[in-house]
Design a protein around this ligand. Structure first.
Ligand SMILES: C[S@@+](CC[C@H](N)C(=O)[O-])C[C@H]1O[C@@H](n2cnc3c(N)ncnc32)[C@H](O)[C@@H]1O
Length: 262
């Protein structure tokens, strides 16, 4: 089965549909984005900043609070931007944009912040080169992304059912590091955080992924609904991972800071 990323139009539609449910389901997203924000140097004082793949704008507002500056939120999904605009009209400017082709002038930004968005981009090196172009000398790209091992329980459980693609493919650390090294930044660091969430029932995890807009839209996904028999097989396979805390869902998150040379 091919394991390339889904079509960008499908990604945008899926996240747009999830705009109203995203915030209630986004506990992990809040934790890892807050951890990324906390990694920024304490004396860093950007005046021009963007939140790339801003979704509902939670971190656009957090960036505004931390730095006291106007923040621009950019996202591929118009539905996310509409929602963000409604819940915080005063804080930011919301722009429909693709991280691989930013509608911004070169050398115009001090900080590009991006939490759990860039794993949706087919060409991460292209995104990093765009970020480099848009940043001013000394500017920072702070982003996080998912690595292999994320949702490995769900991927393994599906393998007991069929050979279709049900879970996105995530990079291995060596692949990510070689892309980071090729992007031209002077100084960069990457640290990996592991998070495990627990659920009492498999349906809680799959509903949460759907509410986040992160459910299965992969090329190679099966057509039609998941029948009862296949769902039972999936549930049985996932049950093998159960611990005293419930059904685990693992996430491997790379937290990255990159600085453009002065
Ligand atoms: C998991 S959400 C994260 C939202 C927000 N950063 C947060 O942490 O709550 C991922 C977001 O990335 C956006 N996205 C995906 N691909 C993108 C691209 N190529 N350019 C810009 N945004 C993109 C999606 O539309 C979605 O809103």
């Amino acid at each position: 089965m091919p394991e390339q990323l889904p079509d960008k139009r499908l990604i945008a539609d899926s996240f747009s549909r999830a705009a109203a449910t995203y915030d209630q389901a986004a506990a992990l997203q809040r934790t890892v984005g807050s951890n990324l924000l906390a990694r920024l140097p304490v004396d860093f004082a950007p005046t021009e900043l963007i939140d790339l793949g801003c979704g509902t704008g939670y971190f656009s507002r957090a960036l505004h609070e931390r730095f006291g500056q106007r923040v621009m939120g950019l996202d591929l999904a118009e539905g996310m931007l509409r929602h963000a605009r409604q819940i915080s009209p005063e804080v930011t400017q919301w722009v429909a944009a693709d991280a691989e082709a930013l509608p911004l002038r070169s050398n115009s930004q001090d900080l590009i912040f991006s939490s759990l968005a860039l794993q949706w981009c087919p060409d991460l090196l292209l995104v990093l080169r765009e970020a480099y172009r848009v940043l001013r000398p000394g500017g920072c790209l702070a982003f996080n992304t998912l690595l292999e091992g994320s949702l490995h329980e769900l991927r393994t459980a599906w393998r007991a059912v069929d050979d279709f693609v049900h879970v996105n493919r995530f990079m291995v650390p060596a692949e990510l590091e070689s892309i980071l090294a090729a992007a031209g930044f002077a100084d960069w660091r990457c640290e990996v955080e592991e998070h495990t969430l627990h659920y009492q029932r498999l349906g809680e995890l799959t509903h949460e992924l759907k509410a986040l807009g992160a459910h299965n839209i992969n090329p190679g996904r099966p057509g039609g609904l998941t029948g009862r028999a296949r769902l039972r097989l999936l549930t049985e396979a996932y049950e093998r991972f159960r611990t005293t805390r419930g059904l685990p869902a693992s996430w491997q998150v790379a937290q990255i800071l990159m600085f453009k040379p002065i």
